[in-house]
Design a protein around this ligand. Structure first.
Ligand SMILES: O=P(O)(O)OC[C@@H](O)[C@@H](O)c1c[nH]c2ccccc12
Length: 267
């Protein structure tokens, strides 16, 4: 079984358990459920935006522990102060060490920044969870959903006021899954079988993504030159976790990166 199949199999059990404990009606009573959501799409396309979506990620199947000594509220505040357009916080516990508590702490510390609930969405119930914890955006991974599921989950998410980021790895996933219930298309540079990242994936798919979608390049990004190259190719969003999280001060790492690519782009 590949890693994605393993994660999804585990997620199905988790979701069934969560459903038996907390009803949708209860999720709707959560204090943040009715909150007005923020637009990541708008933040990424605003004049002068850095385009960086910074991720809080404690561990991953590819790297093991990345950083287990930092606090979500401190890291995410640092990201926002450094110029992040949006935040991504992992809520998958088993494989990424994330929690709803991490998300809640980041949410409370950054009330005006669009936030992505980073998890493996397979069931509408998780959209209600996302609303209940104060998320603005959800991720739909084409590699673990049928095109019909992408449509169904995307449509429901938008009805709830959430924005939808569709993640693809190749041309086939893009062509089969992209639909009107998607706001942004993310190209994951990480091959899920080998964990190797290559920005060629983003460069190859850029032209194939219809222009009405905001394009986001995901994973393996760390230097200013790469970001400028991806911008040239049409990307307005850059999802970056590991290269910040491996440092003791992820916000500072983002600040330095933005300093480098803004300097370069003004020359
Ligand atoms: O840490 P990186 O290499 O900068 O990558 C961030 C993000 O793209 C990555 O965490 C990611 C992309 N898609 C995902 C789906 C699930 C979990 C994690 C991910």
């Amino acid at each position: 079984m590949n890693i994605l199949d393993k994660i999804v199999a585990h997620k199905r059990i988790e979701v069934a358990e969560a459903k038996s404990k907390v009803s949708i009606a209860d999720l709707e009573k959560a204090p943040l459920f009715g909150r007005k959501t923020l637009s990541l799409k708008q933040a990424l396309t605003a004049e002068g935006a850095s385009g960086v979506i910074s991720e809080f990620k404690r561990k991953s199947p590819s790297k093991g522990i990345i950083n287990d000594s930092v606090l979500p509220e401190i890291v995410t505040k640092g990201y926002v102060e450094a110029g992040a357009c949006g935040l991504s916080v992992l809520t998958d516990t088993e494989f990424f060490g994330g929690t709803f508590d991490d998300f809640a702490k980041a949410r409370a510390a950054n009330p005006s920044t669009p936030m992505l609930r980073k998890d493996f969405m397979i069931d509408e119930y998780q959209l209600w969870e996302a609303k209940a914890i104060g998320a603005d955006v959800i991720l739909l991974i084409a590699a673990c959903l049928t095109p019909a599921e992408v449509r169904q989950l995307g449509r429901k998410a938008q009805e709830l006021g959430l924005e939808v980021l569709l993640e693809v790895h190749d041309r086939e996933e893009l062509e089969q899954s992209v639909c009107e219930y998607v706001d942004m298309v993310g190209v994951n540079n990480r091959n899920l079988k080998t964990f190797v990242t290559s920005i060629e994936t983003s460069l190859e798919l850029a032209q194939l993504i219809p222009d009405k979608f905001v394009k986001i390049s995901e994973s393996g990004l760390k230097d200013a030159e790469t970001i400028l190259q991806l911008r040239e190719a049409g990307y307005q969003g850059f999802l970056i976790g590991e290269s910040f999280m491996v440092t003791q001060n992820p916000g500072l790492a983002l600040k330095e990166l933005i300093g480098r690519f803004q300097l370069t782009s003004n020359q």
